[in-house]
Design a protein around this ligand. Structure first.
Ligand code: SF4
Length: 282
């Protein structure tokens, strides 16, 4: 029999619940949610007792504290790109970038929201966050700061193939981003919706628009770069369908290749978390 999906509260129950912040997160609840998202391991709580760890293993299975895997090819690409982008950061006035991109200054750092979480960038291009920093976030964020026009979204949604310079990337995008994300959603539509909400997904502004699934959600991988995820689950004889929509201005804020890499990174992140959830429940 398959166990029910573990929740953050299930993990919280076994933590000290002192909100001591030694794990660098604001509370034990934030830590538990971070474990569920695959960003922290249970052992990252320095106050976890051996008894609590054993109880969590019994409850969720041996994979509860699985070590991180080696970087994927996409992550490796991100690291390479990131190094070259960081070398250009001395050209950037962070205060000007904050005004241009919808960020804020926090001391000498530029603060930017990415998928509902806060990231801070210093003058050397180093990225700080309370969650794990993936190269696929870091590289597009640097690109955004260096190159973006900071165009405001217009609310006009277009598919990837409708972007002006998408031609060379359409096949890759549809295969590696949309189809892969669809597979994840098909595996567990409820979990898929939950994950998007954890990453700041909000219902689309105009739910009466029949072009999108009623449950379509808008996420913000970068402040002025919304992505609309429209997923129709399979029904009767109709197969499922998932389409990613970008704002008409997306190419002014990130080049098409970077949009593709960013989308691929989101897919990888969702896949890892979904796999982790499956491992925890079987
Ligand atoms: S270190 Fe452990 S006990 Fe302290 S806030 Fe983090 S999760 Fe809670």
């Amino acid at each position: 029999m398959t166990a029910r999906r573990p929740t953050a509260v299930d993990i919280l129950r076994h933590l000290e619940r002192s909100n001591c912040r030694e794990c660098k997160l604001p509370s034990c609840m934030a830590f538990a949610a971070s474990v569920l998202r695959g960003e922290r391991r249970i052992r990252d709580c320095p106050r976890l007792t051996a008894e609590a760890f054993a109880a969590l293993q019994t409850l969720f299975g041996a994979d509860v504290d699985e070590p991180r895997t080696a970087p994927t090819p996409s992550e490796a690409y991100g690291q390479e790109l990131m190094t070259s982008l960081m070398a250009r950061m001395d050209q950037v006035d962070l205060a000007e970038a904050a005004a241009r991109l919808g960020g804020e200054m926090r001391g000498s750092r530029l603060m930017i929201r990415c998928l509902g979480r806060i990231f801070e960038l210093d003058g050397a291009g180093r990225l700080y966050s309370q969650c794990h920093v993936n190269p696929w976030v870091h590289a597009p964020l640097l690109w955004y700061v260096l190159e973006s026009a900071g165009a405001h979204p217009t609310g006009e949604w277009v598919t990837f193939r409708e972007l002006r310079h998408a031609q060379d990337w359409i096949r890759f995008f549809e295969h590696r981003c949309e189809r892969e994300m669809q597979r994840i959603a098909d595996g567990d539509p409820q979990l898929f919706g939950d994950l998007l909400q954890i990453f700041g997904g909000r219902p689309m502004p105009d739910p009466s628009n029949g072009s999108f699934a009623p449950s379509a959600l808008v996420i913000h991988p970068l402040p002025r770069l919304p992505v609309l995820i429209s997923y129709w689950p399979a029904e009767d004889t109709f197969g499922s369908k998932l389409t990613l929509f970008f704002d008409r201005t997306a190419e002014e804020n990130l080049p098409v290749e970077s949009l593709y890499r960013l989308s691929g990174g989101i897919v990888e992140m969702l896949r890892k978390i979904a796999q982790r959830q499956v491992a925890l429940t079987t």
